[in-house]
Design a binder for this molecule. Structure first.
Ligand code: FAD
Length: 418
């Protein structure tokens, strides 16, 4: 079949690769000059099934309220903004803040994340793709006894759903990652040994090359203007340069999917959650972590990318503006300097911001639509790199008429209609 993939982020590029591998003729359209140049560019680099707990949870509304007036808070939500799409998203988010919903959403996310990790591993074996990967697990560190207890409770829930983590004392954390020796306030940690890290942008570039070898055509620098439909089929894709009439379409437009699909009568509850990262050159090799670290108290992640260290975090629900705000960059630098003081001299910090395509339940939207030939692979929020390979494989299977290898219950757009 002739398939057009909309968007060449990590999700669109993996989708194109698996579609081509399944024998389809694939074109990918993206407005940027190359693959992975928007949200997939400088993320936290973690392949983290261990982060399957959704954002929405019982204590979150009161915490978000307390942070509302702190410009450098880890989560910044400004409900007074004139933005009906944010209010609608916020109402749906609130409905997911119950223990029952947390359990359901965690199960759905973990299902995709664990599958995705396995698909990535198989892809690596099959292609020998290189992207500064580190296969040393992810270590969550906790600074207080209370937060450590909460972390252990979440780990027990994740274990019951299929992800096991090891509980470590503070000394065991330092033994697992000696670069943590300057962390004075460690209460303990949780190690997710099968999780990984690696450069999502480099992976996307390398995979685009491999997809090109399978015949995928990438049309960069081309902006998609609209889609038009007739009956139960989307018939045309209109761009600033061309018109396409494929057999099938996969939407991988991240935070920009809702606006593209609204004219077709599809309501995608995706809102951009802006996040920041810094990337610094490493000054002392043994002072920077090799195990990817999640600091559960500061809501930040640290990943090693060759001779560089990536530090990422913060979330701001403030529309589609990806510009850099120095006030939100500063806590990343401050905390990196505190935890890994000798890893870098922090004199030259490469700051970046990206828009996570967040759904109110933190579960991606993967599957078909009311149009027979229109498929969605978007809304991956904080875990798009983690879930890219699995969701791409699922879409390739669905389009090829094969049953996906995971249960698809609760992953599609239809879950929002009830
Ligand atoms: C600070 C931060 C840290 C993160 N850390 C992690 C992490 O550690 N692990 C993890 O798994 N995930 C992480 N994420 C999330 C992850 O980066 C995203 O979920 C993922 O990049 C989304 O990929 P995507 O392909 O769906 O979207 P994108 O990468 O945004 O791709 C969408 C593409 O669509 C194109 N596009 C949009 N509109 C149009 C149009 N009209 N015409 C043509 N092209 C268009 C864009 O150019 C873009 O290339 C993080 C995100 C942020 C911001």
């Amino acid at each position: 079949m002739k398939i057009v993939v909309l968007g060449a982020g990590v999700v669109g590029t993996t989708t194109a690769y698996f579609l081509a591998e399944a024998g389809h003729e694939v074109v990918v359209i993206d407005r940027q000059a190359g693959p992975g140049l928007e949200t997939s560019f400088a993320n936290g680099a973690q392949i983290s099934a261990c982060h399957a707990k959704p954002w929405a949870g019982p204590g979150v509304p009161s915490q978000a309220f307390r942070w509302m007036f702190a410009p450098d808070a880890p989560l910044l939500f400004k409900p007074w903004r004139w933005d009906p799409s944010l209010w609608k998203w916020g109402m749906r988010f609130l409905r997911n803040c119950t223990d029952t919903r947390v359990r359901i959403n965690m199960d759905r996310t973990l299902r995709v994340a664990l599958y995705s990790r396995a698909v990535l591993k198989a892809l690596r074996q099959h292609t020998n793709i290189q992207y500064a990967q580190e296969l040393r697990g992810i270590l969550h560190i906790y600074r207080s006894a209370d937060s450590f207890a909460e972390g252990r409770a979440t780990a027990a829930e994740l274990a019951s759903l299929g992800l096991s983590q090891d509980v470590l004392t503070a000394a065991e954390c330092v033994a697992a990652e000696p670069a943590l020796r300057d962390a004075h306030t460690l209460a303990g940690g949780l190690m997710s040994p099968e999780d990984e890290s690696g450069d999502a942008h480099r992976f996307t570039e390398e995979l685009a090359t491999l997809a090109g070898n399978l015949g995928v055509v990438f049309r960069y620098g081309e902006t998609i203007r609209s889609l038009s439909a007739h009956g139960r089929a989307v018939t045309d894709i209109i761009t600033d340069r061309d018109r396409y009439t494929p057999d099938g379409i996969v939407v991988c437009l991240g935070s920009y999917a809702p606006a593209m699909l609204r004219p077709l009568g599809l309501d995608l509850p995706i809102y951009p959650a802006k996040g920041y990262s810094i990337t610094v050159d490493i000054a002392q090799e043994n002072a920077a972590p090799r195990v990817s670290i999640t600091d559960e108290t500061r809501y930040m992640v640290f990943s090693r990318l060759g001779h560089r260290m990536r530090v990422a975090g913060t979330a701001e629900l403030a529309g589609w503006d990806a510009s850099l705000n120095p006030v939100r960059v500063e806590p990343l630098v401050r905390n990196a300097r505190e935890l890994f003081p000798h890893a870098s001299d922090y004199s030259s910090v490469n700051a970046w911001a990206g828009l996570r395509p967040a759904t109110p339940d933190s579960v991606p939207i993967i599957g078909g639509t009311r149009y027979d030939n229109l498929f969605l692979n978007t809304g991956h929020g904080t875990l798009g790199w983690t879930m890219a390979c699995g969701s791409a494989k699922v879409i390739a299977d669905l389009i090829s008429g094969r049953a996906p290898e995971i249960d698809m219950t609760g992953l599609g757009l239809d879950r929002f209609s009830s």
